[in-house]
Ligand binder design. Sequence first.
Ligand code: PLP
Length: 367
Amino acid sequence: MRGKHGGNIYQVSRQLGVKAESIIDFSANINPLGFAPRVKKALASADMAILNYPDHEAYDLIHALSSYHNLPEEFFLAGNGSTEFIYLLPGILRPKSVLLVAPTFTEYEYSFQRAKGVVFYFNTREEADFRLEEKKLFDELKRGYSALYICNPGSPTGVLIPADTMKEILHFAAKKGTSIVVDETFMDYAEEHSMKAQVKNFDCLYILRSMTKFFALPGIRAGYLISYAKNIEKVQTKQGPWSMNAMAQRAGVESLRDSAYIQKSIQYILDARKTLVSELRKLPFLTVYNSSCNFLLVKLNRSAPLTAFELYEKLLHRGIIIRTCGDFQGLDDSFFRIAVKKKNENKKLITELKKMLSSDVSKKKKK
Ligand SMILES: Cc1ncc(COP(=O)(O)O)c(C=O)c1O
C-alpha cells in the first residue's frame, strides 16, 4: 500500500509479536461499540449469501439507503468501500487541475497519480484552528479548477464546515464549472450539515459515504456514492461486476435498520469524546483541536520533552497505536490523531500519556 493509514493492527502484531486482539488501536476511527447487533445475527446465517453471486444492483441496500437518507434510489451507487469511488472518479471527471482542501485524506492525491490531472492544495491554517476560510477559497477557485475535493467533516482535523458555507461553496464552484467531491465519511454525527439533498440541484456534486467508520465494517468493505442520477449511471459503467460482495450488502442493510444501535452509538461517542477532550486538555504540552468526529487532532507543543513519533513508539510498546500526522500536507511531525474509543480504553490512553509526558519532563529536568 502506498499511503500510510491507521488501523494496521496485523502489521503491528507481527512487529511486536503480540496478538492483534491485545492491541488498542487509536489510529483507526472505528465505532468503539463495534458493528450493529443486527449485523451479527444476519451474518451468522450467511449460507445463501456465500453460495450465490451478489445482487449486482445491491437492490436491498440501495432501497435501505434511500429511506435512511430520504432521497430517491437513483441517486445512490453501492461499492467496495468509498475508496472504490475515490479511485473511479479521476477517470470520470478527467480534471486538468484538482484543488484539495488540506490537510486531508491522502488517497485523493494518490488516486490522481494514474490520471493526468495536476493536484493543488488549499491549506487550512493552524492559526485558524484549521477552519475553512471561505473567502480565501473563493479567491483560489477564481483561478478555475476542474475539480474541488473537500472532506467534511475533515480528516484528520475533525473540523466541520457548516451547511450554509458548503452551499455557498457549491454555488460558487458550480458557476465556475468546477466539479465538487465532498467526502462525508464522518458526517454521521452531524447529518444536518450533509450536502446529500443538494445532489438534486447540482449535477457537479459527488458525495462519498462510507460504512467503515460509524457502522464499524472496515473489514467487510461497504461504501456508497450519492450523486445526480446521470452521474450515478456514468460511474456504474466504470465499476467492475459484483463490486460489492453479498455479505457487505447484508451488513449494510442491517446496519441502517438498527436504529437503537445508531442512537446509542452517537450518544456514546459524543459522551466519550467530551470526557477525552477534557482529560487531554489537563495534560501538559498538548493542544487538542475541537472535533465534530469520533477522533481528535492533537499537537504536541515544541517544548514537549519528546516528539510525536517518540510518543508513538513508546505507546506502541504498551500495545497502543496512535496515528502520527507528519505525512499529511499542511501538518508536520508534531501532530497526531487519536480515535475516540471505549471509555475504559480512553482512560488507559490518558494514564499512559500522563506518565510519558510527566516522566520525560522530570528526566529532562534532572539533566
Ligand atoms: C476521510 C476518509 N474517506 C474515505 C475513507 C475510505 O473509507 P472506506 O473504508 O469506505 O474505503 C477513509 C478511510 O480511512 C477516510 O478516512
